[in-house]
Ligand binder design. Structure first.
Ligand code: SF4
Ligand code: SF4
Length: 145
């Protein structure tokens, strides 16, 4: 898919987007929430500022309660599952959720070819990603001789 398909990046992105939209309509995230349960969520200062305002606290208090800093200085939510996942599998801070969450599972990103390995990684977490890959393989595989 990365190199052998006779499709431009824009054509491949359009197929991935269309496939994703079709698959997503068939999956209800509130019956899953696997991303919120299993992934370590990366946050940046804008996320922290937005979330702390949303919760009526300060960025430093929010960071003290919910954020850790990795060796490479990346900031993460300390806990897995995410502390903001509600019992009904909905996000309790949805309007202010981190950028990393609002883009997940990143299948609408442009440049699918360049991040397709990351997508492959998502197959074990997200049924949308798994089913999009499966559909893409069926749609794009050359016919067997
Ligand atoms: S893992 Fe995928 S299907 Fe499950 S809640 Fe997250 S985005 Fe939705
Ligand atoms: S902030 Fe919301 S969307 Fe993001 S991991 Fe937590 S519960 Fe899920």
């Amino acid at each position: 898919m990365k190199t052998r398909l006779n499709l431009s990046n824009a054509e491949l992105d359009a197929i991935v987007e269309e496939t994703t939209d079709t698959v997503w309509k068939q999956i209800d995230c509130t019956t899953c929430a696997n991303c919120c349960r299993t992934l370590q969520i990366v946050v940046d200062d804008k996320d922290i500022s937005r979330l702390s305002a949303h919760l009526g606290t300060t960025p430093s208090e929010f960071s003290r309660r919910y954020v850790q800093i990795g060796k490479d200085k990346t900031k993460y939510f300390t806990k897995i599952p995410c502390p903001f996942l509600g019992e009904d599998n909905r996000c309790t801070v949805y309007e202010a959720r981190p950028q990393a969450c609002s883009g997940y599972p990143y299948l609408h990103w442009k440049g699918f070819r360049t991040h397709s390995l990351m997508m492959l990684d998502g197959c074990s977490t997200c049924p949308i990603v798994f089913n999009v890959w499966h559909a893409l393989k069926q749609r794009l595989q050359p016919p067997k001789r």
